[in-house]
Design a protein around this ligand. Sequence first.
Ligand SMILES: Cc1cc2nc3c(=O)[nH]c(=O)nc-3n(C[C@H](O)[C@H](O)[C@H](O)COP(=O)(O)OP(=O)(O)OC[C@H]3O[C@@H](n4cnc5c(N)ncnc54)[C@H](O)[C@@H]3O)c2cc1C
Length: 363
Amino acid sequence: MTSHSVDPSTLAEQLPAGVLVTDPDILAGYRHDRAFDPDAAVPLALVRATSTADVQTTLRWAHENRVPVVPRGAGTSLSGGSGGLADGIVLSTEKMRDIKIDPATRTAVAQPGLLNAEVKAAAAEHDLWYPPDPSSFEICSIGGNAATNAGGLCCVKYGVTSDYVLGLEVVLADGTAVRLGGPRLKDVAGLSLTKLFVGSEGTLGVITEVTLRLIPPQPPASTMVATFGSVEAAADAVIAITATLRPAMLEFMDRTTINAVEDALRMDLDRGAEAMLIARSDAPGVAAAHEIEVMVRACRDAGAHDVFDTSDPDEGDAFAAARRMAIPAVERLGSLLLEDVGVPLPMLPTLVAGVAEIATAMR
Ligand SMILES: Cc1cc2nc3c(=O)[nH]c(=O)nc-3n(C[C@H](O)[C@H](O)[C@H](O)COP(=O)(O)OP(=O)(O)OC[C@H]3O[C@@H](n4cnc5c(N)ncnc54)[C@H](O)[C@@H]3O)c2cc1C
């Protein structure tokens, strides 16, 4: 039996009212994620799960009826992972938005649909910090972050999502819910199934709860910005900096990106520069000034045209915001091909064939 012959109303009967959506206008909004893959299709139905039980019911039904399921958080994937399938169900976690913070153990237990920025804000209410900060932090979900092992601007010093996920509740393809890891740092006995799930992009199951490690907040950062006449010179500076210290942020933009961001933000970036580095130090007290000094020297030694530094956090934030703007700004120039993110499994043969073709052409 192909899934085309399956009637999703038999699933609707098993879910709370309104959880299953078949309105074509609403379904159309779940065709694409941010990768805008032309092969993505309007799904057969949408489930907006409100609980782990809804996810279990949906996966059990899909398993029995051989219907493919695409888990979806906020749909900001740049690799097409949350786009729809014509004969499949999109299982959205957008309505699962609870969070509990335990300041005593410095942990958060969050449902997957909460946005990364909302997790940060909830932690901040207890004077705690959830570090991972993908550039999309205001629009992506914590479940999506765990599913993609999202990194971000501060990952050079503070690590990526997997460094903060202590435990998970996941629902497997047959509808079974399991708990992996737990709230204690030492909840690691046995094979690290938690690590296996983080970054598995929905291929192993649906994440319905995430237990996160929180840390004390980051001190205000000082910032350095340097522009270069070549990408190689900027790369030399990066190598010199990272050989000496671990900045709180070390981000690169090439000429195309600098110009695209300048078009979008008009903040007087150097349009003629071939490369720009933005680095930050959040070392305590005078150590920050020392780290900035080391980074300024490394950039000058590598031949930077211009080096600017500031201890004003707002001024520094403006440059971090410029870097976060890179993808939306470059997207305005046309189709965007990104190469640092996972590849959806159906695209893998095409990718491998493409790489083989390029390799042959280069011989
Ligand atoms: C402007 C912009 C900037 C970005 N910057 C960064 C960046 O700096 N670093 C970075 O890593 N990424 C970045 N991204 C990519 C994207 O935001 C991240 O991958 C993010 O983690 C995806 O979260 P989401 O909630 O949108 O997930 P979705 O796009 O909804 O899903 C992503 C993948 O995870 C799966 N998934 C989602 N939720 C679950 C769940 N609960 N259980 C199991 N599987 C699930 C989906 O099936 C899909 O494969 C950026 C994207 C944009 C548009």
